[in-house]
Design a protein around this ligand. Structure first.
Ligand SMILES: CC(C)(COP(=O)(O)OP(=O)(O)OC[C@H]1O[C@@H](n2cnc3c(N)ncnc32)[C@H](O)[C@@H]1OP(=O)(O)O)[C@@H](O)C(=O)NCCC(=O)NCCS
Length: 223
């Protein structure tokens, strides 16, 4: 589980953990920028300073906003209803949830959720590691009562930053029915025409510098 913070200047960061300074043994917080910072993505700061009131007029330097965590397979049923309005296709909610039990991408994916600090789930996305440097993102959905507050945006930035922290050349693929505009903020572009297999949903790619190029076979395996 990771905590997401907002710096007093507005930018978001995900705390990866703590480490000790090798000489002074002072605890330091290690944190990842959730935006494209040309100076670098990974930062370290003495933990006392991370948590102090170094913001304007004695306000907090970093404010904890939300938590990110992976979801165990048994918990998935609790977040599947978030996408019911978009993907229900006239089914009842129980039938819709049941339909995932045989969905191969659902079964092999690793879901992430964004939660409040108190543990209420806000948004979810599934991740599918198709290749060491290609991850599929699927079923992005926000609890209907918590939409338009930036939760899906924060979740996408967090998950993509975490995967790129682990693998800097990571590219992402996804299919979506809501068009490309929302996904452009994460660096997605429409995939080439040979990757487009569906009328209603658009295949998109967020390609890393020096990333792989064989997206067509991955996308046909995805759907
Ligand atoms: C799409 C969805 C995940 C957005 O979640 P959210 O937490 O409200 O998103 P954010 O607050 O971070 O961003 C809001 C933006 O989402 C985009 N958006 C939301 N619904 C959209 C839709 N049906 N079509 C196009 N864009 C949409 C808009 O750009 C919106 O920007 P705005 O605030 O300027 O209007 C949410 O509406 C949802 O769960 N929908 C049902 C599932 C779905 O359609 N998922 C699509 C991805 S596969």
């Amino acid at each position: 589980m990771w905590t997401i913070y907002q710096h007093h200047k507005g930018m978001h960061y995900l705390a990866l953990g703590k480490g000790l300074h090798s000489e002074s043994m002072e605890p330091h917080t290690i944190y990842l920028a959730l935006y494209d910072n040309p100076r670098g993505g990974l930062w370290v700061r003495p933990s006392g300073m991370f948590l102090d009131n170094g913001g304007p007029r004695g306000s907090k330097r970093f404010t904890a906003l939300a938590r990110l965590r992976t979801l165990s397979f048994n918990e998935a049923d609790s977040v599947l209803p978030f996408g019911f309005d978009a993907w229900g296709e006239g089914r009842s909610l129980p039938d819709f949830v049941k339909s995932y039990a045989t969905n191969k991408n659902h079964l092999r994916g690793q879901r992430f959720v964004l939660e409040t600090l108190e543990g209420a789930t806000l948004a979810t996305v599934n991740t599918l590691r198709f290749a060491p440097e290609i991850t599929g993102l699927a079923w992005l959905s926000t609890h209907p009562e918590h939409r338009k507050q930036g939760h899906a945006t924060l979740l996408m930035h967090s998950v993509m930053a975490l995967f790129r922290h682990e693998q800097p050349n990571m590219s992402f693929v996804l299919h979506s029915e809501i068009g490309i505009r929302f996904f452009e903020r994460f660096g997605f572009e429409k995939a080439p025409v040979e990757c487009q297999h569906f009328e209603k949903s658009v295949a998109m790619i967020a390609e890393a510098d020096n990333g792989p190029s064989d997206f067509e076979s991955v996308l046909s395996e995805f759907f």
